[in-house]
Every structure is written in C-alpha cells, then in structure tokens.
Design a protein around this ligand. Sequence first.
Ligand code: PMP
Length: 387
Amino acid sequence: MNINVRDKFPLTERVVYLDNAATSLTPTPVLQEMNGYYNEYCANVDRGVHHLSKLASHRYKDAHKKIGEFIGCNENEVVLTKNTTEAINQVACGLDWSKGDHVITTVMEHHSNFVPWLRLKEKGVEVDIVGIKNGAVDINEVREKIKSKTRLIAVCHASNVLGTINPIEEIGEICRENDIYYLVDGAQSTPHIPIDVAKYNCDFFCFSGHKMLGPTGIGVLYCKQQHLDKIKPLLVGGGNVSNVTEKTFDLKKGHKGIESGTPHIAGAIGLTKAIEILNKIGLKKIQKHEQKLNKILIEELAEINSIDILYPDIDRTGVISFNIEGQDPHQTAIHLDQKNIIVRSGNHCSQPLVEHHNYNKILRTSNYLYNTEQEIKKLTQTIKKTI
Ligand code: PMP
C-alpha cells in the first residue's frame, strides 16, 4: 500500500523522483502557505507596529514553537538558519576555541559536518576522525579517542550515503560523562525519524527544511538553552542587537541574538506547514513505508550479479547506495534520467566515506513518502535492462 499524497506533489506525475536525500519535493499546501504570506501579510518581523508586521511576527514566532515541538525542545532553543551547513558553521565559528582544543568527528560525515571542523585546525584545534564499523560510527573508537582536551563530538544521526542510523543516544551519554559538547547532524534523520533532542543528550542538533517537504533556504539549529549566550552569531547588525551606541552594541538574548538580518519569513512559515503535513501522516508510518520500498529495492537489486549494495542488511532510512561493476555511476544516472527516473551519482559531498569504500563515485537512490512500489520496480527493471 502506498501513502495517498501524490496529488499534492505535481512533479510525481512527470518523474520517478528518487533523490530525496538531496532535496525532497515541495507539496502544494506548503507553496500556498508561503504565497499566503506574500499575498496577505507581507511584512518584516519584530520591526513594525502595524498589523501586517504583527501578524508576520506572530507566524514567525509560531514557526519556532512548532519546530521546537517537532524535535522536543523549547521555542527559544530554535535558531533559524539557511540550512544545515549554516547551522553547523554557526557552532564551529561561534564557540570560543583555544589552541590545543580537541574535536572528534567521523569518516561518515557529509562535508558540511566535516570541513567546518577541519577548518578549526587554523585556530590550533586538533581534529580526530573516528572510523565506522558495519556502516555506523565505531563507538569504541569514539571512547578511545577522547582526551582531556576534547571539547566537542560531531556526528550525523543518519548517513546521507549509507542510510544507516548511528547510536546517537549512546554517544550522547559518552559526551555527558566526559563533559563534552555534542553536535548531531540531523539533516538525514529529521525528515524520516521522530526526533527527540532531549533524549539524545545533545547540545546542538542541525537540519534543513528542504529535505522534509519544506522550502530551500530555511534550516534549524537547536541550541540548548544554557549555550545560547555562549555562541557568537556568524553575522551582526539589524535584528540581533538590542542597544547600539557609537561605541558599543548589545546582542539580544537567546536565539534572537543569533538570527541576524531579515530572516526567511516565508521559509519559516513553509517549514511549519511541512511539519504539519508530516505530523498528520505520522513519521512512523512514513518510516514503515520507506522500509517496505527498501526491501523491494534491495531484493530486486540483489538479483544483479555484478552489484555491490552498501550494507543491504542494516536498519536504514530510505537511502540505498550501490555500485554496478563496469558501469559508470554518472552514465547510469544519465540513462535513468532519460527514462525520467531521478537518482544521484557522485561522492554525495562525502568524499572520505565514499573513498573509504574504495569508490570515487557511487549511485544512490533515496525514497520518501510519495514514492510507490511501482516506481521502485520501474527503477530496477530499467537498471536491469541497462546492464
Ligand atoms: N548533512 C547531511 C547528512 C546532509 O545529507 C546534508 C545535505 N545533503 C547536509 C548536511 C547539508 O545540508 P544543506 O545543504 O541543506 O546545508
């Protein structure tokens, strides 16, 4: 049984869209909600006393509240950003670092949760990379790598290449025991798995609206209340200051001190609608649907002799990566595109991980709630014919 939502996603009539890990399709109600802002109460937020600004400000504040409810935190702990990349950089650039501080990240990260930490080497910060075991972070290696100067551990919740899900609660416990900041990259989990930041014991949790039915240009940094005033904003100016003299300025308190300039108001409102849609269907139902499609896909692909599916037997999101011997992934993706089947090929902004598996490019499919069993079969039949 498929989930009955396809009429809200006009592109599904034209293509078999299996590149959801890159970005999801945007449903019409999200676009309507954003249009509503532009058509009916277009105004800046927290700036004017007129009724349009009041309404826009109310909706923008409400976005923080609904996002907070979705991930299990307080609305003040929701910092709106452009995307996951900005959210992670906000932490990497916003904390005070000293020479000799130590950061741990992993080989399975997206570049957005890897390069911001590598760049800290310029400030004398040491960076250690933990490996993987059976597709997930090697917890023992995390424990072994911790030293007295370790200040932060950054790990993805779910992998954008393998689809595998990390034991983030366990890593959270390790961080608490050792008094280490804990950042979780939730870009690939939040669209698919019910999130509870309190349960993970994390200090920071980052994700993007565009992978979960929301628009591009809006992302989230969950920042634990007690750290809000420790994070220096990436940008300063209008919006995040409370008092400015010729010589000094004061930052606003809490998340308002980090969000600078006119925000992506329509984006926040669109993401709120996306969350409403996901909640209505239920993430558990979506997860179950993705797993059913995974099962069909893996069974069908396994019939191909020359195929290497990365970790076919592991619990995962809708992401499956594979390599077909003798076939260039880009050529296969182009061939599928000619049949209106959209998949991704390349290193998926995770070059260390893809190279760790001895590839420099790989094919990836990623399903979501609107994909159907028929679409998965069309994909596998087309791949078999290509071979
Ligand atoms: N982390 C992970 C795990 C991702 O999959 C992505 C997007 N592919 C990002 C971070 C970066 O997201 P964005 O491009 O929206 O900043």
